[in-house]
Design a protein around this ligand. Structure first.
Ligand code: ZN
Length: 142
């Protein structure tokens, strides 16, 4: 059996932004609770490629990556920088699309160091009951 195994962890951060070019109320500064789902993968079951199998030793034995390690990467590179901040400090027009692309660029390498591939990001600009979500599927996965 060979396959690609994915795991996903959700993160939340609160941030302010305004969309200066928007033709509506989003032009005014306001805040959101953002939800970010980070999906990473590793191939499993390949006898030819030992590195792509589940980790065999230590505290991550039986995993592709420890959820705690995933949490540390995303919190240090994304959440700690954006939480309770103003996204206009990073982007001229911080739309969901612009933000998610920058998040991907920041996470690819640190996740590679954890031996997993960044597959997909989902970024909710608002959460229930009015959900606006943006998805970036990396092709090919980085
Ligand atoms: Zn907004």
């Amino acid at each position: 059996m060979k396959g690609k195994l994915t795991i996903t962890r959700s993160f939340y951060f609160d941030a302010a932004h305004s969309l200066p070019f928007h033709d509506g109320k989003c032009k005014r500064q306001h805040g959101h609770t953002y939800r970010l789902d980070v999906t990473v993968s590793s191939f499993v079951g390949s006898e030819e490629d030992v590195d792509s199998q589940l980790l065999q030793d230590g505290p991550e034995s039986g995993m592709i990556v420890d959820f705690t390690a995933l949490k540390q990467v995303v919190e240090s590179w994304i959440v700690s920088r954006f939480d309770h901040g103003n996204l206009n400090n990073y982007f001229s027009s911080p739309t969901c699309e612009v933000i998610i692309i920058m998040i991907a660029e920041r996470l690819v390498e640190p996740l590679k160091e954890k031996r997993v591939i960044l597959e997909k990001l989902d970024l909710w600009e608002t959460i229930a009951p009015h959900e606006n979500k943006c998805t970036l599927t990396l092709f090919p996965p980085s």
